[in-house]
Design a protein around this ligand. Structure first.
Ligand SMILES: Nc1ncnc2c1ncn2[C@@H]1O[C@H](COP(=O)(O)OP(=O)(O)O)[C@@H](O)[C@H]1O
Ligand SMILES: [Mg+2]
Length: 297
């Protein structure tokens, strides 16, 4: 049994073109299934609007899914009462895209990281201070920053606070939704290194959402590629990067900037008209699945 098993997840939204118009149903997430084992890192990738954030918001029950199942350690999460859900969130922590809007502006950095420990009544004040110091060290923050308010920190430091807060309760799973895309390019690599270091040090189970494939290549053992609410390809990161089977994945990879511009291969475009939302995932190589029509035959 995997730590996380998502099956047939669907989330629809109603969208009205005009206040008097008839609402149209949008399938933001369409029959999405994946599993993550203990200590594994799954990268959920795809262009903006493909349904990545909606997927993770459903898993954390920040919004209610339309259909599907989410087993966490074998327990059905969808439909759990609020009290049980609160307890479970301790083990399922989230790092948000934008540290500016996800940190309480009136709390100090140390207070933000400590808050979960206080809420769950963990340790004495001295224990908690020691834990906060340890977490600061893990994410590469100077202990002297603990007394600062979010606006007195840089964007990269704020995201480190967000990571330390998410780790405070030693969660079983960390869900990170585009954790560096709101940061300056010059500091993205530093925060990525913090995540890599933590992943190795703690053996974290990580669900990493990103539109930037380079981030995923660094951090993830497996990848799931999303397009228009569907997972169109999934497999080990090496296999998906080196032998992409779905034309959308090929286009996505070809759009990655090459560190050596001279060797940049020509960009492949994806023809959206050829997309079949009903195509099922088929195994193209052991453990490597793609929703290509060829795989269906
Ligand atoms: N609250 C909402 N109401 C209506 N449509 C939404 C809502 N949230 C997301 N969507 C739509 O769902 C689709 C997927 O969005 P999202 O999950 O944010 O994609 P991603 O994170 O991959 O960029 C988009 O078409 C988006 O406009
Ligand atoms: Mg998103």
């Amino acid at each position: 049994m995997s730590l996380i098993e998502v099956t047939g997840l669907v989330k629809t939204f109603e969208r009205r073109q005009a206040p008097w118009g008839r609402p149209r149903l949008i399938r933001a997430v369409d029959r999405v299934s994946f599993a993550i084992g203990e200590g594994e890192t799954l990268g959920l990738v795809g262009e903006s609007g493909s349904g990545k954030t909606t997927t993770v918001r459903c898993l954390l029950r920040l919004i209610e899914p339309t259909a599907g199942s989410f087993l966490f350690r074998g327990e059905q999460v969808f439909g759990l009462p609020a009290s049980r859900m609160r307890a479970l969130r301790r083990d399922l922590q989230m790092i948000f895209q934008d540290p500016d809007s996800s940190l309480n502006p009136r709390m100090t950095a140390g207070g933000i990281v400590e808050e979960g420990l206080v809420i769950h009544g963990i340790g004495s004040p001295a224990d908690r201070r020691a834990r906060v110091r340890e977490l600061f060290e893990w994410v590469g923050l100077d202990a002297g920053m603990a007394g600062r308010l979010p606006h007195e920190l840089s964007g990269g430091q704020r995201q480190r606070v967000g990571i330390a807060r998410a780790l405070a309760l030693a969660p079983a799973v960390l869900v990170a939704d585009e954790p560096v895309s709101a940061l300056d390019v010059s500091i993205q690599a530093q925060v990525v290194n913090v995540l890599m270091d933590l992943q190795q040090r703690l053996g974290l189970t990580l669900l990493l959402v990103a539109h930037d494939l380079r981030l995923v290549r660094h951090l993830c053992s497996r990848i799931a590629v999303m397009y228009r609410g569907r997972i169109v390809e999934t497999g080990r990161a090496g296999a998906v990067f080196h032998a992409p089977a779905h034309p959308y994945t090929r286009a996505l990879i070809s759009a990655m900037p090459d560190p050596d511009p001279g060797s940049q291969p020509p960009r492949i475009r994806y023809d959206a008209a050829g997309f079949d939302p009903e195509a099922e995932l088929g195994e193209v190589a052991p453990g490597h699945w793609a929703a290509t029509s060829a795989a269906r035959q």
